[in-house]
Design a protein around this ligand. Sequence first.
Ligand code: BGC
Length: 766
Amino acid sequence: MADRKIISKETEVSEAVYGLNETLFHNANGYIGVRGCLEEGVPEGFDTMRGMYINGFYDIIPMKQAENLCNFVEEKQTMLNVADTQTIYLYIGDEKFTMTEGTVLKHQRTLDMDAGITIREVIWRSPKGKEVSICIKRMTSFEQLSLFTMEYQVTSLNFDGKITWESYHISDVTNYSNANDPRLAAESEKYLESQVLSAESGKSLSVSWTVKSGLTMCAAVSHRVRGEVLVENTVQQEGTTVVYQVSVNVQKDQAVTLGKYTVFTDSVHSDNPPEDAKAQMQAAWDQGLDYFYQKQRAYLKHFWHHSEMEIIGDAGMNQAVSFNMYQLLQSAARNSNCNIAAKGLSGEGYEGHYFWDTEMFMIPFFTLTNPELAKMLLTYRYDSLDAARKNARLLGHQKGALYPWRTITGEECSGYFPSGTAQYHIDGDIAYALVQYCLTTGDYEFIKEKGGEIIIETARLWLDVGNYSDGRFVINDVTGPDEYTCMVNNNYYTNCCAKYNLNWAVTAYELLKEKNEIAPLVQKIGITEEEILQMKQAAAAMYLPYDEKQKINPQDDSFLSKPVWNLKETPADKFPLLLHFHPLHLYRYQVCKQADTVLAYFLFEDEQSPEVMKRSYEYYEKITTHDSSLSTCVFSIVASRLGMEEKAYEYFGDSAKLDLENTHNNTKDGIHTANMGGCYMAIVNGFAGLRINQDGAALAPFLPQAWEGYRFKFRYRGNLIQVIVADRQVTVRLEEGGSLEIAVYGEKYLLQPGEAVTLDVKSSDI
Ligand code: BGC
């Protein structure tokens, strides 16, 4: 297995490359995220998002509604940039190191996904001819989540003399904004008040509090120098900034190092952030960097052991899939106070909000590789069930829970309801992820303690929002995943989700009843046999639109009556359409931002015949722009399932390197985390055809023509399974666990630990 490394040679001083690499080389551990900004700052006039974030730490800001209609959202949460402790200036004698002065002989960044660090290497010749080699390692620790470290090493290549670091701890920071892009905050206000609590001998502690949400966070900074210190100084500026200045003596070919530790704590996760920050800084300081490097490696060894995936003979693709999995790991919350933002912790796009992206695109990866994290993410939804109940009442529903379209703490933060709140499918998405988690892990306790309540409360919502019309259960005025078509009746995807949700609520209820464990739930939420019967009936009568003429599933009742958008004649610079056309204009056309009905074919494939799905697929393919990054991966999976192998590979290619190649042109605002999960699914659920349902686990792999082979591991019911598809054969091995029954191409095999079954590879079929 090749080293998992991403290397970027930054040969020119470029705003675009710096912006992109701030994202690609960010460090995160599910709790904190640090953009990969240049320590010394970008050249004058360059755009930069200089951010450090805490997952789930937010302020509340007014939601400006043009017309404040009844029960509209009045406020929203926004993730905050909490501090800047990544700024460090370097002076060689009296010459300041920058990328625009002197000569940059080398500039390279590496993300080492086995070591869990990023490395920046520079060879610089100063205007006066002094040469240094610089190596800066950064890490957000998986061992101690509050800890971010920087190790700034300077080696003199041709002189003896003095070098000086000026290292900053800035607590007075603001968020990034861009008024022209709806995916970013429109204005950047000051949300944090801050104050330095102490600053001496290279150590400082600051506290900041949010203006509205009443939250507090602390940053503690400490420095450790390796080298002969000539003079050092810790100065406080303007009450909110601390500068630690240290000069050291350096000889030719000698290296000196500044170690900088930052610890973040906050009142969402701690009762006493300042005390915790001090204690955690002390603990980090006592252990030292080498200890954390070792722990980081060990953590990742464990992670890769369960998540290993290799594209045999394709180094570039290998890097891409590893990168995507690594980013998912960096982004996922480690406790149930928070979740995974659409951009992870890599940037401020979508304001740090959590969407359906988590359940439909990211949890599947964790369910199959790190089920403990999947459970944590689902627990977050359980903990915000009360907020979802309140949200349902605001929207006029007497019963049930409606999860918000975008949120941090569970309240709706979407201001534009047609493509936000109206996406009721989020309830079904959560139910789907939950059922998949339980089927994959066999975690009955989760159903009993939390899952049963979520699934019944969401099912109740469907009973309330839908109604019978001509004997069919219909759901009107909702929006499906495709945000270019809003407020429609009977969105095919939504109705499938609702049906699934209702059916599984019945199953969960019956399971708990059978085990004599339904009483607490009955007592808590008053679920009745009558309601369960209604759920069964509504699911059975659920209307799924079908067009007799074209023999496809219309996306909704009115979809096929609209004119088809002329995509061929739309100039390339008019994409994404959402930035160039009024939404209402888009709604009146058959044009899709992303997979909608096609996504339903992946999740609910038993609802239609392969012929109908194929015809529909081809129909939607022609009118889908993939302006959302959540789209091509889904088209890939469904193409695999329908036996269109080449197409599957093509769409997969668009998805796999989306961020590494910046194909959506906005990776600088943050990674596309959902797509990363989608890329994983395109291999595992698409190429390898993995399905997990009540009948068990089943595989039906094919090998994309362009590949020599691929292999991956996944977990199922306590077992670790390895799948290798290479040399025209598929091998399924039970690596760890008890015993495993698994179907391959429809035949069931029983494997004991260490045993494998090897078969000839077939072409995919449904
Ligand atoms: C997509 C949504 C997605 C959101 C956050 C939008 O562009 O249309 O489906 O949830 O981005 O990733």
